[in-house]
Design a protein around this ligand. Structure first.
Ligand SMILES: Cc1ncc(COP(=O)(O)O)c(C=O)c1O
Length: 456
């Protein structure tokens, strides 16, 4: 008998095929990425690291053929080493980094490894607050991070841009060890130069080295596709990201850094120049065990895909589609945070647009096959449990090939559901509108099936 799990995977495949994925942190991987993820590399243990020499020559044939001494705790690494070396070389090339740690199991682990690499328990980290758009791992009270380090947070202005004046003022007051720019619900392009200047000035005044860190988990694919500035080009020391969002790879994390690359076996001096080595030691053995070699292979395949010219067109299209979707939403009566978007992500103030709660609207849209998530807005009076907003984005639908004309269609469907919610008043009464919802669901399904998933 086939395991029940496979039946559920089939059902999930149908759900993905017949609906439109608007969650801005999701995407569809290529068949090649999926193949690497499902490979026999999962059988291997390889705690430690490969050799880091020669990676900046960008000579992939050499990297794939060279067997070098490594820093591993187990034997049988000749293939794993070369795969991880390819992943590191490609990541560095993609993001103009001196070094890449490709082992973090997730974005959360990547962030924690950086904090742990540079800070002592109790040290201060200055980051964007959760309500302003920052991520849980930037110091939310419910996390282990917040138990270990002291997070001080800045917010956004009335125009929903980073409050740089507040950031500067807080940095002077709290003298952080790390200044972090990163977010999961923010629609502007950060002014990296301004933050780097704030850091440089403070460093000069205090004589302390301050780590500049960017968590670009959401926009890393836009950076790779050259449609968004790269913080590492503007004086940032470290950039973390997930690999499964706009980068279109396997679930996982990645840490890119500028500085000196050397053996992780020897404890280096605690300097910004040595941050790549401090990070390697912090990922393993500091915060993780054995790397997931099948995922590292899939990351290598992903970065190879992201280096192709096609990926630039994809990144450009994500932004065009997001801008078109934002315009169509506004035409259909939706009020947007920041009045639009400069990246892939849109935040709707659904409470102020149609008088309904984010969670109710999310559930109603689920019924017609449009998937997004309820999200708190900056200074949301309703809080994060029953937020006033929803968050959506275009990376996944752009991978499927949807264009600007479909964006206006999506906005019209969203308006139709908002009007139903307005009338129904609560989720319990949505059944009274089943016919209308069924019609909308068939229309969404018909469009979705015209754009097959990459693996079909
Ligand atoms: C900015 C940011 N950082 C970190 C993470 C955490 O990534 P993961 O879910 O892989 O731990 C996310 C995920 O949504 C994110 O948006």
């Amino acid at each position: 008998m086939e395991d029940l799990v496979f039946d559920l995977i089939k059902q999930e495949k149908t759900r993905q095929e017949e609906g439109l994925e608007l969650i801005p942190s999701e995407n569809y991987v290529s068949p090649a990425v999926l193949e690497a993820m499902g490979s026999i590399l999962t059988n291997k243990y390889s705690e430690g690291y490969p050799n880091f020499e020669g990676l900046s020559d960008w000579d992939e044939k050499k990297i794939a053929s060279e067997i070098l001494p490594n820093y591993r705790y187990y034997g049988g690494q000749e293939n794993i080493d070369r795969i991880e070396r390819l992943a590191i070389e490609r990541a560095c090339r993609l993001f103009h980094a001196d070094h890449a740690n490709v082992q973090p199991h997730s974005g959360a682990q990547a962030n924690m490894a950086v904090y742990n690499a540079w800070c002592q328990p109790g040290d201060t980290i200055l980051s964007m607050s959760l309500p302003a758009g920052g991520h849980l791992t930037h110091g939310a009270k419910v996390t282990l991070d917040a138990n270990i380090w002291n997070f001080v947070t800045y917010g956004v202005t009335e125009n929903d841009d980073i409050n740089y004046d507040e950031l500067e003022k807080l940095a002077k007051e709290c003298q952080p060890k790390i200044i972090l720019v990163g977010y999961s619900a923010f629609t502007k392009i950060p002014n990296f130069t301004r933050v780097a200047k704030i850091r440089d000035k403070l460093s000069q005044e205090t004589g302390q080295e301050i780590l500049l860190m960017a968590d670009m988990a959401h926009v890393a694919g836009l950076i790779a596709g050259d449609v968004h500035p790269n913080p590492l080009d503007y004086g940032f020391n470290v950039m973390t990201t997930t690999t499964h969002k706009t980068l279109r790879g396997p679930r996982g994390g990645l840490i890119l850094s500028k500085g000196k690359v050397a053996t992780p076996l020897k404890k280096p001096e605690h300097t910004l120049e040595n941050i790549p080595i401090l990070i390697d030691r912090s990922v393993f053995p500091g915060t993780q065990g054995g790397p997931h070699d099948h995922i590292i292979a899939a990351k290598a395949v992903t970065f190879g895909e992201d280096l192709m010219p096609d990926f630039h067109s994809y990144a450009k299209k994500i932004i065009e589609n997001a801008a078109a979707l934002a315009d169509s939403l506004k035409e259909n009566g939706f009020k947007l945070v920041g009045d639009g978007t400069e990246n892939h992500l849109i935040l709707i103030d659904i409470k102020n647009s149609y008088g309904i709660d984010g969670k109710f609207y999310e559930k109603a849209l689920d019924k017609i096959g449009l998937t997004l998530n309820a999200n708190a807005l900056p200074s949301d009076p309703a809080g994060s449990f029953n937020p006033s907003g929803v968050r959506l984005g275009t990376p996944a639908i752009t991978t499927r090939g949807l264009n600007i004309s479909e964006m206006s269609q999506i906005a019209r469907w969203m308006k139709a559901v908002a009007l139903i919610c307005q009338e129904a008043k609560s989720i319990d009464h949505l059944n009274d509108y089943q016919d209308q919802l069924d019609k909308l669901r068939s229309a969404v399904r018909e469009v979705a099936l015209r754009f097959p998933l990459p693996n079909d």
